[in-house]
Each structure stands twice: as structure tokens, then as C-alpha cells.
Ligand binder design. Structure first.
Ligand SMILES: Cc1cc2nc3c(=O)[nH]c(=O)nc-3n(C[C@H](O)[C@H](O)[C@H](O)COP(=O)(O)OP(=O)(O)OC[C@H]3O[C@@H](n4cnc5c(N)ncnc54)[C@H](O)[C@@H]3O)c2cc1C
Length: 457
């Protein structure tokens, strides 16, 4: 059956999703991953000092991530996600303002009470926000697609959103979902995040964090031939077809290859003449990579009593409690361009000072240990027009006929997220098999449906 084999290169979420879908519906699949563990950017590593398993960075998912949840169900770990219905905003003086979503009312009514009493914003700001949300709702999914080339900053200005509201709400909610300053991002993607998580379905608002290290989620994926610590060293072609994958000491013949590595390396594998004939590779060099900083912090006493905090004064944007006491916490800065070159000790000083000045319990706390992880090329930036640069998973006519792409950077209709990565893997598997794997989006609940224009839906 070697001639039927599909080789999936890269064991991040995109590669795993492709492999698991193919395994369920196709012939033999081999998934190869250069590292010793699965997960890629949404994975874990062993701390060389303590052998503790740490996540590359805290990852958050939302109830609207229907394909990621489908994938978790397929690999049997859906029950390992811890869900919350309140996002806790904390201002620089330590005051907490919960934005609660009611589960009993349909969207957008589920956020009416929570939004109306959301003390982090003034009455004037709440009113401005409500008007913008109504406008986003009216756009529906069709209307937001037309905003793919518009900067969200422009849209916010056109809809009378003040600078202080942008800083106190939009930036906090969107910078982590988009890994880009919200004003720079495409209005299409910014509005997508807000529509799908806040406005269309009450379940979209659920805020999930894995209850174990990320790497543990992938320990038993239903794919029989997973080869860890196995690096692709080359791709072999015959004419317009890939005939297999070269490893250090083996050649894996393949009927089709799914490349689920990051986009920065693709030109290493594809000969220029084949790439030139395949439009998928034309825009990749114009994608802009944006860093994310993750800080693992161990204090000598509990510093954070709540499970998470969305911090309204930077530089840390989010802080997560990582143990039951709140002594171990994890902080995140997305769109961390200013942090990429800084010495780690300097980063630690600034972040610890922020935590001490925000949380009363942390005033006298001493940092026992800190590990800073800066992913310089964390994700691509969802700037206006970015979809013109993102490749489809399937080859175009005249392209490399049996080479499929998967990865958060491919054209999924989602920003670079775990959800986007899983969608890309499913789309690659759909292109290979002709079977359907993509899970449907959450439907618009009736009040949202009534408020959205019929035309745009
Ligand atoms: C710091 C950080 C925080 C994030 N936070 C969130 C979040 O909170 N929520 C969210 O939804 N998303 C988040 N993301 C985004 C999310 O992690 C990514 O979108 C997603 O994991 C990308 O998956 P992928 O499979 O496309 O790519 P990757 O995870 O990069 O997978 C590519 C894989 O290919 C392997 N590979 C490369 N070359 C070879 C080779 N030659 N041979 C074999 N294997 C190879 C790599 O080792 C890697 O495992 C975050 C990302 C980062 C970096």
C-alpha cells in the first residue's frame, strides 16, 4: 500500500488534524514531526532546569472554535478543557470587572445584562460599544467579508469609537486573538472574532483553557504511523508531482504529501521552477510575522486568586493562574514587537513590577524563578488584504498536483489560531479525499438572525 500512502509533514495542529481526518477515511497515513513531541507552536517543552513540562505559551480557545473542538473530540480530550463564562478585566489599580455571558438567553441577549453593568467602561463608552456591536451584528458574515481590505482602526473611527474605549476594550479582547494591534488588523478579521465570540451564539463566548499541559492532549491521537523526532530533509519530485519525502536515512514514497510546516521554510523544499508555476507560493514572502511573549513566573506566595485576568494596563495583557494557589502564573504579551530583542532579565523586572503594582496580594511577593519565551515568528499578521497572500490548501491547475498545504497561514477564513490550524488540516484532507471534515460554524441564534440583515446572510 506504500503507493497509496499520504505523508503529512509537521505535527502541529494543522498536520495532526490532517492526519487524523485522513486516517479516519483514507488509506495509510504517515505523520512525521521533527521534534520529540506533537503540538508545534501549541505544544509543550520540558524545562531544562527542572524537567517540568511547560507550555510554549498559554493557549486560549473560545466556544466558537468549532473545528478545534471537533478535533479534541476526535482525539478524545474534549473533557480536558476548562470552561468559563466570565472574562475578568483587571484595571491597573487591581479593580476587577467581570464581563459575564448568560448561558440561558440566546445571543446577543446573553450579553445584555453583563454589558450594561460592565464597570470597566463608563456609561458613555458602554453606549458607544453597544452601537458598534449592533452595526457588527447587522453586517452578518457576508458583510464582514467585504471589510477584508479595511483597517479596523478606520472602521472604529467611522463608527464613533473613542480612543479610550479602543484601549480599554477592543485592544484587550482583540490583540490576543489576532496577534496584532487592533487598529492595524483587517476589519474583516476583527469583526469576525467579535461576531463569532460575542454576538451570534451564546456558546461562542465560552472561554476555554486546557486543564493539562498542551502536549498531553496529543498523547493518543488516532493515527497509527506517527514518527516523532523525524525530520523531512527534502522533497522528491517527478515532473509536476511530489513522489515522496526524504528523511535522514529513509525515503518515504507517497501518493500525496501534506506540507504542514511553517510557511517560512517552504522555499527550502520546493524547486523555484515548480514554485513559480504554482500560485500558492507567490504571496508568502509578503506575510508579516509577529512575535508573542510568554512569561512563566513562580512567586514565593500566591499572587493571583482568579483563574485569569485581562489586564487593562500593559505591558502584560493576560495573566493566568497555573496552580491552585496562584503562586505560579503565566503572562502573555501579543503583538510583542517591542520585546523581541530585550534581555530576558529586563523583561522579567518589568513584568514582575506590573504584577506587584496591580495585585495587592503580590505587593511584597518575590519572584523565585521566571522563564521568558519569545516566539519571534509566532503568527502572521492579519493585516487588511492578507487573504490575497494566503495560499489555498489544494494545488491550482498547473501547480504541484499532489502537494497539499496545511497550516494556520493557509486560506482558512480565520486568523492564525488553533482553530485556523485545524481548519487548514481538515481542508487539506477534504481536498485529498473529496470527503467532508470541516465542522459547521455555530449558527446565529434567533435574535441575532433577526437583527442581522437577511441579505448579508
Ligand atoms: C506564543 C503563542 C501563543 C499563541 N496563543 C494562541 C492562543 O491562545 N489561542 C490560539 O488559538 N492560538 C494561539 N496561537 C497560535 C497557534 O499556536 C497556532 O496558530 C497553531 O498552533 C499553528 O499550528 P500549525 O500546525 O499551523 O503550525 P506549527 O504548530 O508551527 O506546526 C508546524 C510543525 O512542523 C514541524 N516541522 C517543521 N519542519 C519540519 C520538518 N522538516 N520535518 C518534520 N517536521 C517539521 C514543526 O516542528 C512543527 O511542529 C499562539 C501561537 C504562539 C506562537
Amino acid at each position: 500500500m506504500a503507493d497509496q500512502r499520504v505523508v503529512v509533514v509537521g505535527g502541529g495542529l494543522a498536520g495532526m488534524a490532517a492526519a487524523v481526518a485522513l486516517e479516519s477515511a483514507h488509506g495509510p497515513v504517515t505523520l512525521i514531526e521533527a521534534r520529540k513531541t506533537l503540538g508545534g507552536r501549541a505544544g509543550s517543552f520540558e524545562d531544562p532546569q527542572t524537567a517540568e513540562v511547560l507550555d510554549n505559551c498559554q493557549h486560549v480557545l473560545l466556544g466558537c472554535c468549532t473545528n478545534l473542538l471537533d478535533f479534541y473530540a476526535r482525539i478524545g480530550v474534549a473533557d480536558r478543557i476548562h470552561w468559563e463564562n466570565t472574562i475578568r478585566f483587571v484595571d491597573p489599580r487591581g479593580k476587577t470587572h467581570g464581563l459575564r455571558g448568560g448561558r440561558r438567553l440566546p445571543a446577543p441577549l446573553h450579553l445584555l445584562l453583563g454589558g450594561a453593568t460592565f464597570g470597566a467602561l463608563s456609561l458613555r463608552q458602554r453606549w458607544q460599544l453597544a452601537r458598534a456591536m449592533a452595526a457588527m451584528l447587522r453586517l452578518g458574515r457576508g458583510g464582514r467579508a467585504k471589510l477584508a481590505e479595511t483597517a479596523f482602526g478606520q472602521w472604529l473611527a467611522d463608527h464613533g469609537q473613542s480612543e479610550d474605549l479602543i484601549e480599554r476594550f477592543y485592544e484587550i479582547v482583540l490583540v490576543s486573538a489576532l496577534n496584532e494591534q487592533c487598529r492595524r488588523a483587517s476589519a474583516g478579521y476583527a469583526i469576525q472574532v467579535l461576531q463569532e465570540s460575542l454576538l451570534f451564539h451564546a456558546s461562542g463566548y465560552r472561554f476555554g483553557t486546557p486543564a493539562c499541559p498542551l502536549g498531553r492532549l496529543y498523547e493518543k491521537i488516532p493515527c497509527r504511523d506517527v514518527r516523532l523526532g523525524t525530520r523531512m530533509t527534502g522533497l522528491r519530485f517527478s515532473g509536476q508531482r511530489a513522489i515522496g519525502v526524504e528523511l535522514d536515512d529513509e525515503f518515504l514514497e507517497a501518493q500525496a504529501v501534506v506540507l504542514a510546516t511553517h510557511y517560512q521554510a517552504l522555499d527550502k523544499w520546493i524547486p523555484p521552477e515548480l514554485a513559480a508555476a504554482d500560485g500558492r507560493f507567490a504571496g508568502l514572502s509578503q506575510l508579516e510575522s509577529v512575535p508573542i511573549l510568554g512569561a512563566h513566573l513562580w512567586f514565593d506566595r500566591p499572587v493571583l486568586s482568579m483563574p485569569h485576568a485581562a489586564l487593562m494596563g500593559g505591558p502584560l495583557q493576560w495573566l493566568f493562574r497555573k496552580d491552585s494557589e496562584g503562586r505560579v502564573v503565566h503572562g502573555v504579551i501579543s503583538a510583542a514587537r517591542d520585546w523581541a530583542g530585550r534581555p530576558k532579565d529586563q523583561c522579567l523586572d518589568v513584568l514582575v513590577n506590573q504584577i506587584r503594582s496591580t495585585f495587592a496580594a503580590a505587593r511584597e511577593a518575590k519572584l523565585d524563578r521566571g522563564v521568558i519565551v519569545i516566539e519571534k515568528r509566532a503568527t502572521f499578521s492579519p493585516l487588511p488584504g492578507v487573504d490575497r497572500l494566503r495560499p489555498a490548501q489544494a494545488p491550482p491547475p498547473g501547480g504541484i498536483a499532489n502537494l497539499f498545504l496545511a497550516g494556520d497561514y493557509t486560506r482558512t477564513g480565520w486568523p492564525a489560531t488553533m482553530e485556523g490550524a485545524v481548519r487548514s488540516g481538515y481542508l487539506a484532507a477534504e481536498a485529498i479525499t473529496g470527503r467532508k471534515f470541516l465542522a459547521a460554524d455555530l449558527p446565529l441564534q434567533w435574535p441575532a438572525r433577526v437583527l442581522a440583515t437577511a441579505k448579508s446572510e
